[in-house]
Design a protein around this ligand. Structure first.
Ligand code: VG1
Ligand code: CO
Length: 543
């Protein structure tokens, strides 16, 4: 077995986005594309000689090829040990837990999350630091700089490692330990939730369907929900991870989980429906006759977290990404705890969690999580919901309505325009940005603009600043429109428009969401001309 230093030439497009480097599989298949990126990551880190690296992925197409490359490059760069999930699988939250639990130096998460998979789909690589969370911008910026000049990478001339067998193997000076991907994660969940109460809930005849979307959460959900918690076999559907997600799109929203939604709206349907995404960090929650928006779910979980043993002492604070609705802010206010607004992407929550300033975090894009790991965690959210349902002995709809009657309702929707020509999308955002200072005071369709800015985040823990994180237009009545470009798409640009309107506790809570937000939809068209400029007459996806 020989250590090799292989000459390479840089790629210009290896800039990490909201969550790692996501590209088409065909882009990743170019010579040395994976190698360059992983070597650039290691070149940007210090002090890992002899340390442990965690590697796992969501099992999508190309996972098996990339993971072998990653192991060889890690060995050649001097890591002492690699911990890898059996079959190359680790959900993103489980990878975060494994990094923390075994005090690893960091980890590589091979995933493009909710993006479609398969040979024509997407692949991704993300580096997580020792706290288990996505690398902060300081590191991702350094990695990008390095990719632009990289001229060689290190690897070992060795056959593929057998990842099917649990146990340790040696490659060069490095140990490879293949671990069961589920065991440590399931044990962690057991410390947080009242499993006896949830078991009793299922025994009492409560019914649920969990759609793992042919992605990585299947084995976790089966082991925990059907195995440990005793839900009937068949509660977990699409539970076998498939490299192409069975040609599905593993994004748990009302478009790709429409069948589940329809089922939950019928009397014959189960009491509770949930789903998670490609890498297991997102969640969808639907009760009988009640879809819970992710922003509301964050607020509800924060308000009820004390009902679960892991949070019985109360929560220190809440953080939400900027485009997420302000529903959680009202909970924080009532609890008298800290509330933080951060840019999109879980990497911005890490410092607040590490500093103990917040316990629960969430994003409007179906991501919620807590300080138990440093990633959002789909199954965790589902289990916390089950714990709350078991303790409160009420249905989802009733709990949601009581919440609105206490805190008011934030009507909320997101309109996505996908695969828009990048030049058109950038010009649209730049034009609006240029006009922001003239907007406050203007009255459009009877609504007065109170403020308009481009969100800049000042991290209160490390003092770093992140500018240009999305355009916010706020109105006197508390309504808000946010507009930003996605950092996870792989083709053209995806324009996201986030719309929110607040109805107080004694207000109207029964309106249709799109109708309730129609005035704002019309205002943003007047201000930004999205449909006019993109030539689209409706969003590609409404969530
Ligand atoms: C999207 C979501 C964001 C999320 C990110 C990664 O980013 O909006 O909230 O953190 O995906 O989630 P963007 O830049 O496309 O809006 V995942 O589950 O894809 O890792
Ligand atoms: Co994900």
């Amino acid at each position: 077995m020989t250590l090799q230093t292989i000459k390479t030439t840089p790629y210009a497009d290896q800039k990490p986005g909201t969550s790692g480097l996501r590209k088409r599989v065909t882009v990743y298949q170019q010579p040395n594309y994976v190698e360059n990126y992983i070597q650039a990551i290691f070149d940007s880190l210090e002090g890992f000689a002899g340390q442990t690296l965690v590697i796992g992925g969501d099992g999508r197409y190309y996972n098996d090829v990339a993971i072998q490359k990653a192991i060889r490059i890690a060995a050649a760069n001097g890591f002492g040990k690699v911990l890898v999930g059996q079959g190359g699988l680790l959900s993103t939250p489980a990878a975060s837990h494994v990094i923390r639990h075994y005090k690893a130096f960091g980890g590589l998460v091979l995933s493009a999350s909710h993006n479609p998979g398969g040979p024509e789909g997407d692949f991704g690589i993300k580096y997580n630091i020792g706290n288990g969370g996505p690398a902060p911008e300081k590191i991702t910026d350094a990695v990008f700089d390095r990719t632009k000049v990289i001229d060689s990478y290190k690897t070992l001339d060795t056959p593929d490692i057998d990842l099917g067998k649990i146990g340790t193997q040696q490659i060069g000076d490095m140990v490879v330990e293949v671990i069961d991907p589920v065991t440590d994660y399931a044990a962690l969940m057991e410390t947080l939730f009242d499993f006896d109460a949830i078991r009793a809930l299922f025994k009492s005849g409560f019914t649920m369907t969990f759609d793992a979307m042919n992605a990585v959460t299947g084995p976790y959900a089966k082991a925990i929900i059907e195995g440990i918690l005793g839900a009937p076999a068949g509660t977990v559907i699409n539970g076998v991870p498939s490299p192409s997600f069975n040609d599905g799109h593993p994004d748990p929203n009302l478009v790709y989980c429409k069948d589940m939604y329809d089922l939950l709206m019928t009397p014959e349907g189960p009491d509770f429906g949930a789903a998670s995404d490609g890498d297991g960090d997102r969640n969808l929650i639907i009760g009988k006759n009640r879809f819970v928006t992710p922003s509301d779910s964050l607020a509800l979980l924060a308000a009820n977290a004390h009902l679960a043993p892991g949070y019985k002492g109360g929560i220190a604070g809440i953080a939400r990404s900027m485009p997420t609705s302000a529903a959680a802010d009202r909970v924080a206010e009532k609890l008298g705890i800290e509330m933080h607004e951060t840019p999109t992407g879980w990497k911005f929550f890490g410092n607040l969690l590490d500093a103990g300033r917040v316990t629960i975090c969430g994003e409007e894009s179906a991501g919620t999580g807590s300080d138990h790991v440093r990633e959002k965690d789909g199954l965790w959210a589902v289990l916390l919901w089950l714990n709350i349902l078991a303790v409160r002995k009420q249905g989802v709809d009733e709990i949601v309505r009581e919440h609105w009657a206490t805190y008011g309702r934030n009507y909320y929707t997101r309109h996505d325009y996908e695969e828009v020509d990048s030049a058109i999308a950038n010009a649209l955002v730049d034009d609006l940005r240029g006009r922001l200072s003239s907007l406050p005071g203007q009255v459009i369709d009877g609504l007065e603009i109170a403020y308009a800015d481009d969100f800049t985040y000042h991290d209160p823990v490390d003092g770093s600043t992140s500018a240009k994180q999305g355009i916010r237009i706020g109105f006197k009545d508390g309504s808000r429109i946010v507009l930003r470009l996605s950092g996870t798409g792989t083709v053209g640009a995806t324009l996201r428009v986030y719309l929110e309107r607040y109805e107080p506790a004694d207000g109207q809570h029964n309106l249709d969401t799109q109708e309730a937000l129609a005035p704002l939809i019309s205002i943003i068209e007047k201000l930004a001309g999205i449909q006019k400029r993109t030539g689209r007459n409706e969003p590609s996806v409404i969530t």
